[in-house]
Design a protein around this ligand. Sequence first.
Ligand SMILES: [Zn+2]
Ligand SMILES: [Zn+2]
Ligand SMILES: [Zn+2]
Ligand SMILES: [Zn+2]
Length: 409
Amino acid sequence: MSLLFLAPLSSTVRVGAFVFANLGYAEATVCPHCKDTILPAAHPATACPLVTELNNNAAIFTNKRLGSSPTVVHSLTHELAMQFTRPVIDAIVGLACAPVHGLSIDFTDPTYTQSNAVVKAAVYGHCSFAEASAILSERLDAAGDMPSIEKIRGAMDSLKSASESAVNTATGTHLFVWARVSNVISKRLDLTFKLEAAGKSKATSHSATLVRPETESEFYEMIHLFVMVVISLGLSSAIIVMKFIDDVVFGTVRMKEHFGVAHELLLLYLREIDFDPARVLHMANVFRRGGQDTLMSEARRNAAASFRTCGANLQLDGAKYPGSDRATKNLKPDIKPNGKHDDSSKKPCADFNAGRPCRTLKADGSCVFSHRCNQFVSDKGPLGYCFGPHARCTGCTYADDKKLKSPAK
Ligand SMILES: [Zn+2]
Ligand SMILES: [Zn+2]
Ligand SMILES: [Zn+2]
Ligand SMILES: [Zn+2]
């Protein structure tokens, strides 16, 4: 130490001493990956769970190891972890290991040696339940000793009980992840969902319904969560998925397209990857492959059908019925709107006004609210609406100087 106080010491020596001291400090104490936020304490950088988990996860997808489960405990947020439970993650592996659509699988492949793998093949849609059951009976006939007979019998039992919970193979790996991510946001305020999440059945883990983002900021949050999941699972490296999102999503928004077009375009590219018959497309090559114009026009058409943009004129934010936020979303998911509505209701339907399917339905599928305009106005008393026979998103015809941002008191 006293060396530093020696005035005639050359500056190069002093810089050298400083760098050396710094390196020594970093190596001895702080992990460069997790900054020591993850146990075990004082692990060497090469043994950091953040790094080893990611490498193990990536290997599961590269080697298509059906039945192995990626670990994501250290990489997902609490909210994401509630949506990406163990059965959900297993389903993602199952989808990723599926053979090319329409091809039958080879049960002599080492992947399917274990009887349990045959059950998984059926659950994840690699083969039909009938096929799996036939294979197991064949193996039962050939089985020589008691332990292997027991094993096959056990597998046949779990095959029977699993038959209602098969993964829908019409959803590809990436589309499944995207739909699951959309549920993180749409179910955020759904208390029942949170309470049930712990005891979720297999069947719910194996299905995912896409809920399209309602706002641009919701869309960007979904992208952020999607990137996090894709990286943690080891489906793709950080740089690859970020560049892909930059090309597909932000490239589209930079061209002044509506965010809905970017959303639909993203779905189309994920579909290209998931259903590529040759299995050569991935996030690093799908965008530069060409055919961008075709996909873009398809995205524009889909966006026009799925996102009704509320006109070019800026609309004042109109009424939403109480609790119209996500909490009430799928009260009765099996009832479909029948197009009818109750015009004797004093409440204008928020869904009709936003141009989306009605969500608050009677048992016959008719909307409980009136299909009238929910623009707040100043000259119809407290909580006054325009109530004209039009949807606010198609342009409200009420006098502009009487439109209000919030209800009249
Ligand atoms: Zn670490
Ligand atoms: Zn309605
Ligand atoms: Zn409605
Ligand atoms: Zn109106």
